[in-house]
Design a protein around this ligand. Structure first.
Ligand code: GUN
Length: 281
């Protein structure tokens, strides 16, 4: 079974558009991008396009590649203080001279639609999620769409980043899975991955997960967006061989990527709704 993130996200974008129309609200998202990395620019463009589709207003702030931490903070503080802005997204990665953690912590938690602020990650890990990082939240939505139950399953997450691996593990734990987190220092990775009922790869290496690393009948989620030696877009998973053993697999492109974007839209609408009735998200 192919876990079609494109189709699922289209359906959810339509639904969200209706909900936003009916709400009478006009949610607003601000993006901040530093530098001119083409991949980051493309992701931000896609986010703005999705905003337009569902009826969210968006503004984009662009800073030069040599911007300082203070320059980024100045924008974040201004957006925090702007009552017309509901959600703030600072596109990562930031250039090396910018202190990313300080920037992430500067975003007001109630506008942190990326869910990277330590307060929001803390709520997630305490089992009381508010804003949840968009990629792992989108993966949970995709699993749910295909009626894939997590309770009692052994889920193995490869990667421990704050945007994917760690929050993914927390979400799976909250959904009653038994969770193993693997990373670059894990010894004998395949002994862990072959025990997974649900295998999530967020490694960032082209075709890293091979058939030998996957148990027959496993659900395989590919978070990677990589280029192979020929410059072709491909995931972390060697799709051709792994699809022969997996019960379900998400493709790249058309799997996790579109789910990330629709979740960002959902988080932004939630921020606007919470703001309109004066409650925390
Ligand atoms: N860079 C890669 N993924 C993401 C994401 O989900 N949010 C932000 N802000 N930056 C990213």
């Amino acid at each position: 079974m192919i876990l079609d993130g494109k189709k699922t996200s289209e359906k959810r974008l339509e639904l969200l558009k209706e909900q936003i129309d009916e709400s009478g609200l006009y949610p607003r998202l601000a993006t901040v991008i530093v530098g001119d990395d083409p991949a980051s620019q493309m992701y931000v463009r896609m986010k703005h396009r999705a905003c337009e589709r569902v009826g969210i207003a968006s503004i984009g702030i662009e800073l030069p590649a040599d911007a300082t931490t203070e320059m980024v903070l100045e924008q974040v503080v201004r957006l925090n203080d702007d009552p017309d802005i509901n959600g703030i997204l600072v596109q990562l990665p930031l250039p090396l001279q910018v202190d990313s953690q300080t920037v992430i912590e500067a975003v007001a938690p109630h506008k942190d639609v990326d869910g990277f602020h330590p307060l929001n990650l803390g709520y997630l890990f305490s089992g009381e999620p508010r804003f949840v990082p968009c990629t792992p939240a989108g993966i949970m939505t995709l699993l749910d769409e295909y009626d894939i139950e997590c309770g009692g399953k052994h889920a193995v997450v490869v990667g421990r980043s704050i945007d994917v691996g760690r929050p993914m593990a927390a979400l799976l734990l909250n959904a009653n899975a038994t969770v193993t987190i693997c990373h670059s220092r894990t010894r004998d990775l395949a002994t862990h991955t072959t025990r997974a009922d649900i295998l999530i790869s967020a490694v960032g290496r082209a075709r890293f997960v091979t058939r030998e690393m996957v148990r027959e009948g496993a659900v395989v989620i590919d978070v990677g967006i990589n280029q192979d030696e020929q410059g072709n877009l491909c995931g972390d998973v060697d799709f051709e061989s792994v699809q022969e053993v997996a019960a379900a697999i998400s493709p790249v492109p058309g799997g996790v990527g579109p789910m990330t974007i629709v979740t960002l839209m959902e988080n932004t609408f939630e921020a606007a709704r919470a703001s309109a009735c004066g409650r925390v998200p």
